[in-house]
Design a protein around this ligand. Structure first.
Ligand code: SAH
Length: 395
């Protein structure tokens, strides 16, 4: 089956970008089925790539390979999976963590496939037609390549599935089911993870390196951990010697796991405060009651889900950052993040600069952060960079 692009639309494919939008397609020869492999040709009939057909998505094609010699079959998928898995071995072997991302979709040449490892369990997301088409082979290959795993669980309940015309789907795919809560290790800490009901695949693995970076700023400090989830940053603050950590989240189940995580690691319950609250409201209450903190973490959910929501999202980022800046004691530290792919690094820094100006404080960026190394960014796919963070000293 062949897909022929409109004139002048081959450039992006020649630059090895893995997405082809519906507007770039002139016609097809044959009628490809959902997720089937097609050859992609320029208007001048030049072979460009081989990709998977997504009939319902605006991203109509996702490229598997730019090499005409590559047949797309189990052998091809095996080589991609093997490369992906082998470059994460060090993280797991070094003792840095017992959980990490093994396959990061487009960045690993497997568009739409996420595979996260939590101890002996894999949690997968099949988010595009191509990987759904090859799902059975992928599951088979994963337990062949990783003979020590006990089970593979599916968490394909991300919203992007709807754009592919797919329903959300969760459940056991192979082997035995993971327990209700798994206990993973991250550096010196242990965390309980609910892979069936937790956010994403259960834990925010992308923040692993940034959580560890927090510890050094916390000795004897009063810390405010906003959007705490199950306590990732909060636990690292306690490990770093924080006197008191206040954790805010709107999710009661997340805070319950946080409470258990504090206990699991043997930290005194008195050093932590848990508040089920809206961060926007909570920060205003702190401001009105003139509370102060030495360290504040802002790790909000994705405020910009699409390009259209960018202005609103920018205002929300500015709002929480302005409030946080006002609550910090002189010399205090702000760890601030955005995981909205639509808000680039430059724009994020401009938003923080705007908040700084309004706050009347002097702010220095002392470190720039991003997603952990097991969430790589392929240079032919810059869209894969979504997490940005700034560590700021506030005077
Ligand atoms: N820092 C965490 C991940 C944070 S994810 C970690 O390292 O594990 C974002 C969290 O924000 C989620 O737990 C979600 O429940 C919470 N959340 C979303 N909107 C919120 C709001 N308006 N107020 C408080 N919490 C919110």
């Amino acid at each position: 089956m062949k897909i022929i692009l409109k004139p002048q639309h081959e450039h992006i494919v020649k630059r090895r970008h893995p997405w082809i939008f519906s507007g770039a397609i002139a016609r097809s020869e044959g009628e490809p089925g959902f997720g089937e492999t097609v050859d992609i040709l320029s208007a001048k009939n030049e072979w460009l790539a081989r990709g998977a057909w997504s009939p319902h998505s605006q991203i109509r094609l996702r490229v598997w390979s730019f090499n005409p010699d590559d047949a797309i079959n189990a052998g091809f998928l095996k080589a991609k999976l093997d490369r992906s898995i082998s470059c994460r071995r060090e993280i797991l072997a070094s003792g840095a963590a017992s959980a990490c991302r093994l396959v990061n979709a487009e960045a690993d040449g497997l568009p739409g496939l996420i595979v996260d490892r939590y101890n002996e369990f894999l949690v997968c997301q099949f988010l595009a037609a191509g990987v759904v088409y090859w799902q059975e082979s992928i599951i088979q290959l994963l337990h062949e390549l990783l003979p020590d795993i006990a089970g593979i669980y599916e968490r394909s309940d991300a919203e992007v599935r709807a754009r592919e015309g797919l329903e959300s789907k969760c459940g056991l795919l192979w082997g035995s089911a993971p327990p209700e809560t798994l206990e993973i290790q991250e550096g010196p800490l242990r965390f309980l993870v609910d892979v069936s009901n937790g956010h994403k695949t259960g834990f925010y693995l992308d923040q692993r390196e940034n959580r560890a970076a927090l510890a050094e700023f916390c000795k004897g400090k009063q810390v405010l951990n906003c959007f705490s989830y199950t306590g990732g940053f909060g636990l690292w603050a306690l490990y770093g010697g924080a006197a008191q950590v206040t954790n805010i989240d709107s999710s009661a189940p997340a805070l319950e796991l946080l409470r258990r995580n504090v206990q699991l690691n043997g930290f005194a319950a008195e050093r932590t405060t848990l508040r089920e609250a809206d961060v926007f409201t909570y920060l205003r209450t702190c401001r009105d009651s003139r509370q102060e903190f030495d360290v504040i973490i802002l790790d909000p959910p994705k405020f910009a889900q699409s390009e259209r929501q960018m202005d609103k999202a920018a205002r929300a980022y500015k709002d929480i950052n302005l409030l946080a800046l006002k609550l910090l004691r002189p010399g205090g530290i702000l760890f601030t993040f955005s995981c909205s792919g639509h808000i680039g690094r430059d724009l994020f820094q401009k938003i923080i600069a705007g908040a700084t100006l309004d706050s009347g404080r002097d702010v220095h960026i002392i470190r720039q952060l991003g997603q952990a190394g097991d969430h790589p960014i392929a240079l032919n796919f810059p869209e894969g960079e979504y997490l940005k963070g700034l560590v700021c000293r506030v005077w």
